[in-house]
Every structure is written in C-alpha cells, then in structure tokens.
Design a protein around this ligand. Structure first.
Ligand code: NAP
Length: 293
C-alpha cells in the first residue's frame, strides 16, 4: 500500500481563492478593505522572509498589508506602544507580531497587548482561553491548517483516535482542542511519554509537531492512518542542506493511508489560515456573519 499524498499547496491555493472571492464580497458590502498589520522587530533573516511572504499573500488575496519594522535595539516599551496603536487603529483588522522577538523583549507581554479581536495568530491568553472554553475566537493558524488537511481526506473525524506529538502552545495544545471539538479521542505525547512508538501506532490520525527530524519511524504508523507532519527541520550544511519533517516520509508512506509531505504540506496552510483569520476578524469587528471560507 502507498499513501495518498495530501497536497497542502493545492488545499491552501483553493482556500486562498475562496478567501479572495470573500474579500471582494466584503468590500462590495462595506466599501472597506481588510488590513493585516505585521510587526517585525530586528533583522532575523528567516523572519524577514516570512514577513515578505505573508505580505505578498495578503495582497494577493485582495487585502491590505501593513508592515511595521523596528530595529533590534527597540525597547519593549516601544514595541508595546506600536502594538497598542495598531490595536486602537480602526483600519487595522489583524495584528501579527513576528516571533521570535529579540532577546530582552518579553514576547508574552507584547502578544497580550494585541486586541483579541485582531489576534489573527490566536496567541493571546484570551484567545487561548476562548479556545479552551469552546467559545468563538481566533484560532492559531498552524493547528487550524492541520485539521483542514485531515478533513480533506476524512471529512468526519468523529471517533477517530488523534495522537499529537508535541505539547507547545503554538501547535500541540491548540491542535488537541481542535481535534476534541471534532469529537476525536485525543492523546497528547511529548518528550516524557513512555512507549512512544506504541502510542503512535494506536493513532488513526498522527500529528507530529516535535521539531525532531525523522523522529516518527515507518513502523510507528498504523496501517491506513492519516499522518500530518508539522515539523520543519533543516538538516545538512550549505548547498546540501534541506528541509525535512518529523516523520520518516519514505518509510511512513508505505503504511499510512494519507500523509503530508514536508515541504508542501502543513506549511502552505499556515499562511492561508492567517488570511482566513484576518477576513473573519474584519467581518466580526463590523458585526457581520463569518465568511464561509
Ligand atoms: P516546540 O515548542 O519546540 O515543542 C516541541 C514539542 O515536541 C514539545 O512539547 C516537546 O516535548 C516535544 N518533543 C520534542 N522532542 C521529542 C521527542 N523526542 N519525543 C517526543 N516529544 C518530543 O516546537 P513547536 O513550536 O511546537 O514546533 C514543532 C515543529 O513544528 C517545529 O519543527 C517547527 O518548526 C514546526 N512548525 C511548523 C509550522 C508550519 O507552518 N508548518 C508552524 C509552527 C511550527 P516537551 O514539552 O516534553 O519538551
């Protein structure tokens, strides 16, 4: 058996096209264009690439991209002042603070200055609490993307055993709550989990978000399981370096029913879900129904 390869690029392109159509409908109705503000502090090269890509994708979806760059020497108070100003600015619908922030700046304090109605990364304490309580809020992008990918092969996840490798606040924890909301039975695994291979082998849906290259071996995958690989790990040096996931893809695809590649799986979904959150935030802030995207 060889798994179906879940094409994250295609699923994300389809979602982005629906968002663009919805943005046009939003503009026709409100005469306003949703705007996403991205705050970049310092000159981390990877962060610069991410911010540029987010800006391009935002404009391609027909929304406004507003970039704010502060030098690495900016103080915590300066960053907070900028986030407060964006929170108060009516023309801004979404605020994203690019992480990591330079050493010396408390990311939690900065993030929690974002107006939760504009928290398109879903990282404020209020957004996290609303997700836990099952209340309406903005949901972190990468976990949202994982669930959309799983549902692209199995539209009803009810009753499935979802095993999540990793318990970070960015990926693992919110993902567990999203799968619970889909009526899955959820197991969280982490670095202290005993018999990790057996735990993984019991998964109908296995999500790997540990940040460890090829941690998940082929024989950790139950026959026919859906495997969602969140990991982004650079291995090798210089020109020979490449990006791999947390799953031994070649070995796992022989047993899985469906599997996401790295790159080209979860990655493209993260930006698409950011655009979706921006549009949803713009609609909710104006008392409109959630767009159907
Ligand atoms: P993180 O904060 O470092 O968390 C990693 C989690 O994995 C921790 O809970 C850790 O357990 C667990 N873990 C680490 N080694 C393990 C092992 N050997 N066995 C079992 N569990 C282990 O990472 P993150 O921010 O969640 O990101 C995880 C991965 O996803 C990274 O590769 C990251 O680059 C990638 N990522 C991708 C996207 C995307 O758009 N595709 C977005 C975000 C992140 P403990 O809690 O016990 O330490």
């Amino acid at each position: 058996m060889t798994a179906d390869i879940i094409d994250g690029k295609a699923v994300a392109a389809d979602l982005r096209a629906r968002i663009a159509a919805s943005v046009a409908a939003f503009e026709a109705k409100t005469k306003e264009t949703p705007g996403l503000a991205v705050v970049l502090v310092g000159d981390d090269p990877a962060s610069q690439v991410y911010v540029r890509n987010k800006g391009k994708a935002t404009e391609k979806a027909g929304m406004r991209s507003i970039e704010h760059r502060l030098p690495a020497s900016a103080s915590q108070e300066e960053v907070i002042a900028l986030v407060r100003a964006l929170s108060a600015d009516h023309s801004v619908d979404g605020i994203l603070v690019q992480l990591p922030l330079p050493a010396g700046i408390d990311a939690n304090r900065v993030i929690n200055e974002i107006d939760p109605a504009k928290d398109v990364d879903g990282l404020t304490e209020l957004s996290a609490g609303r997700l836990l309580l099952g209340k309406e809020g903005l949901v972190p992008c990468t976990p949202q993307g994982c669930v959309i990918l799983a549902k692209s092969v199995r539209p009803r996840l009810e009753g499935a055993h979802a095993v999540i490798l990793g318990r970070s606040i960015l990926v693992g924890k919110p993902l567990s709550l999203l799968f619970l909301a889909e009526n899955c039975t959820v197991t969280m695994a982490h670095s202290r989990t005993k018999d990790l291979a057996d735990v993984c082998r019991s998964a109908d849906i296995l999500c790997a978000a540990a940040g460890r290259p090829a941690l998940v071996k082929g024989d950790w995958v139950k026959g026919g399981a859906i495997v969602i690989d969140v990991g982004i790990n650079r291995i090798g040096e210089g020109a020979a370096s490449k990006i791999v996931g947390d799953v031994d893809f070649e070995a796992a695809k022989i047993r899985a029913g469906a599997i996401t590649p790295v790159p080209g799986g979860v990655g493209p979904m993260t930006i698409a879900c950011l655009l979706r959150n921006t549009l949803v935030a713009a609609a909710r802030r104006r008392g409109l129904a959630d767009p159907e995207v």
